[in-house]
Design a protein around this ligand. Structure first.
Ligand code: H79
Length: 451
């Protein structure tokens, strides 16, 4: 039975309007974490803090006025929005999500509601405007990350325990609402808002505010998309309301982890996005990446394919330096993934869950409405035999490497709805893509060739 809610989900089911269809077809995005934390890069008074660089203020217990004075050092002389956008384009992303304001409260745009912005740094110029223009010029959508949690604003509260807290937090929420309206108004091409820092009690007690923010953004910018992380309902229930309905337009809980391709197939029923760091847990620039495992380009590419195969978007994070540059490892990742995407991007963009059983060799993806399956092969068995189990009513007809100009691979039916695709046994240096044609029909189960 439904619990009556004033601030629950604003609709149910997947959105199917043009803006949401575009968001979904994008599949691969670049996340960028940039703020004052890029300047110290995880190091304070000669000491390296291994926890996330964007949390340095908290890890090193730096007083707010001291941290805030980093604003007077923010001068990324090497920042070149067009070069960033070109790199992103080459990598094959279709959208970019930028931290307009992270937990530290520093704004990368000249907000009229606070002085703690790039306008008062030595750099002065609007970072957000430059990024929106440069990325849009490359055909890349720009989305805005916004942290509701704010370590700078005097009215921010973690909890509401006194009437004074309530008054202060209301002032803070008005401030944040105004900033969000300002962003939606002043950057009219913004496609989505990515909310973070919404887990504290002070926000959970203000489900009404999260409801109104979603509504306001959609009024100011029709078609705009918000993540579930913004939302709490009347009872402080987050992401999904008290009736189990997803709030916002997509689920955004997969952070530095992915759903299991066998046991978490439920995610294929809704829109979702996973965000991922290159090191273990660094979003902002950290000077020392030797403190944790740094994911390889192929590891990240596999995560992208894994995400696509389950109908999600993959948002890969970059943390530019205080000067405005990407580190060599980031450039290498962008180049390697980009080289693969330039050949095989069509098995990612506009692709979805194929409805097939997970196999050991890798992942299936499927372009919407097509009669072709893509097999993205990460693990080649020593036998060279790739197993395909088809659901009832599907007959495989033909398989070929996507870049082989149609030279067929042997497709052997070994039992009803069970096939082996034969590929050459050799050392592959990048994930191979096999395109499989199929038709509807019932296998005879006689081990007889389908055709
Ligand atoms: O911006 C990046 C990180 O800086 C930010 N989110 C990504 C996208 C981030 N903020 N905090 N964290 C990540 C980790 C915080 C975890 C906790 Fe909690 C917040 C621990 C306790 C409160 C998560 C939410 C676990 C319980 C509630």
């Amino acid at each position: 039975r439904a619990i009556p809610l004033k601030y629950g989900a604003q609709y149910t089911g997947k959105r199917s309007d043009e803006a949401m269809n575009k968001w979904r077809s994008n599949r691969f995005g670049q996340f960028i974490h940039w703020g004052l934390y890029a300047i110290p890069g995880g190091v304070w008074n000669g000491k390296t803090y291994n926890y996330a660089a964007e949390f340095l203020k908290s890890s090193a217990h730096i007083p707010t006025p001291v941290w805030d004075s980093l604003m007077y050092q923010f001068n990324p002389v090497k920042f070149d929005a067009k070069a960033w956008a070109k790199m992103a384009k080459k990598m094959g992303v279709k959208y970019m999500t930028i931290t307009t304001k992270h937990h530290e409260g520093f704004c990368l745009w000249p907000s009229e509601y606070t002085n703690f912005t790039v306008a008062n740094s030595p750099y002065k110029k609007d970072i957000i405007k430059q990024l929106v223009e440069a990325y849009n010029a490359e055909g890349i959508d720009v989305n805005f990350y916004y942290s509701v949690l704010d370590w700078h604003h005097p009215d921010w509260r973690y909890d509401i325990k006194t009437p004074e807290d309530s008054v202060a937090m209301s002032r803070y929420l008005t401030f944040a609402y105004n900033q969000l309206k300002e962003l939606a108004t002043n950057y009219p091409t913004v496609k989505a808002f990515w909310f973070d820092g919404t887990w504290d009690n002070s926000v959970k007690l203000n489900g009404k505010w999260t409801y109104e923010v979603e509504k306001m953004l959609k009024e100011v910018r029709p078609g705009v998309i918000v993540n579930s992380r913004l939302r709490a309902d009347d009872y402080g229930k987050r992401h999904k309301d008290s009736n189990g309905q997803l709030m916002g337009d997509y689920e955004s809980g997969y952070e530095r982890r992915l759903p299991d391709p066998v046991t978490d197939l439920a995610v294929t029923k809704w829109d979702w996005e996973a965000c991922m760091t290159i090191p273990e847990n660094q979003w902002g620039y950290h000077k020392d990446w030797s403190i944790s495992h740094v994911k390889s380009p192929l590891e990240l590419l596999e995560m992208l394919v894994h995400t696509t195969s389950m109908g999600g978007n993959f948002l890969l994070n970059f943390g530019p330096s205080g000067e405005g540059t990407f580190r060599p490892q980031e450039l290498n990742i962008a180049n390697t993934i980009g080289a693969w995407m330039s050949k095989y991007g069509n098995v990612i963009w506009d692709c979805d869950y194929a409805g097939m059983k997970k196999e050991d060799w890798g992942y299936y993806t499927k372009k919407k409405g097509s009669n072709q399956l893509n097999m993205v092969v990460f693990n080649v068995p020593v036998s060279g035999l790739l197993r395909v189990n088809t659901p009832k009513g599907m007959i495989l007809e033909k398989a070929a490497f996507l870049d082989s100009k149609g030279v067929s691979l042997k497709v052997e039916e070994i039992a009803a709805n069970q096939y082996l695709i034969h590929i050459p046994v050799k050392q592959y240096t990048s994930p191979q893509v096999i395109q499989v044609d199929y038709r509807e029909g019932n296998a005879k189960g006689s081990y007889e060739k389908a055709k």
